[in-house]
Design a binder for this molecule. Structure first.
Ligand code: COA
Length: 177
């Protein structure tokens, strides 16, 4: 529905679910995304999750990310927790197909999502949290304009030790510039 240079953000289709579960259950992907115990998710849990995400009532907006060239479903990005009074929201992104990592697909998808958020949802600030060891994601977020807002010390326990978490944000006025 919304096109960037490399990707299209579109609605989820029923037959994305199987691939989505594969993406989420990849150990590396899961450990970059989820602060909880990295335990595999079942297909029916994913289906329930999709059903629970009603854009109109919860103000959560989920897009599947498709490679513009091939039409292949490669991941997803979402708006979570819209605060309508303070006009801020949190976002999340996953390029689940690792063949697409580090080739600009994530930043392209984010650019499209950011435009949608500022120009259609009318938010003033976009927020996200990223684990300090997720250097690719931090670099991707900085590339599209996010700035670090501080450091949450020892926030995540992963692979037998504690890591910090980095809150990052992008304001509409900085994006317009
Ligand atoms: C994070 C993610 C969305 C980024 O998407 P992507 O398509 O890989 O990112 P891009 O290619 O647009 O940008 C990544 C940048 O990081 C750089 N990079 C890659 N590996 C890196 C590393 N180990 N350290 C520092 N920078 C790195 C790339 O060179 C690129 O920068 P450049 O374009 O200036 O060369 C994607 O990798 C992903 O979904 N990962 C798994 C799930 C995840 O981590 N989600 C985010 C949770 S907060």
């Amino acid at each position: 529905m919304y096109n960037g240079d490399l990707v299209k953000l579109r609605a989820y289709k029923e037959d994305d679910v199987e691939r989505a579960v594969e993406f989420i259950n990849d150990e590396e992907v899961k450990k970059l995304l989820d602060s909880n115990i990295p335990f595999p998710m079942t297909k029916w849990q994913e289906e329930e999750w999709v059903k629970s995400r009603k854009a109109e009532t919860n103000f959560t907006y989920d897009f599947a990310i498709e490679d513009l060239d091939t039409g292949k479903y490669i991941g997803g990005c979402s708006i979570n927790e819209c605060n309508l009074k303070n006009r801020n929201c949190t976002i999340g992104i996953m390029i689940g197909d690792k063949n697409y990592w580090g080739k600009g697909y994530g930043s392209d998808a984010l650019k499209v999502l950011i435009k949608f958020i500022f120009e259609e949802v009318n938010m003033d600030k976009i927020k996200l949290n990223v684990f300090s060891f997720n250097k690719r994601a931090i670099s991707c977020y900085k590339k599209v304009g996010f700035k670090e807002e501080g450091l949450l010390k020892r926030e995540i326990y992963r692979n037998g030790r504690y890591y910090d978490e980095v809150p990052m944000a992008l304001f509409k006025e900085d994006w317009i510039k």
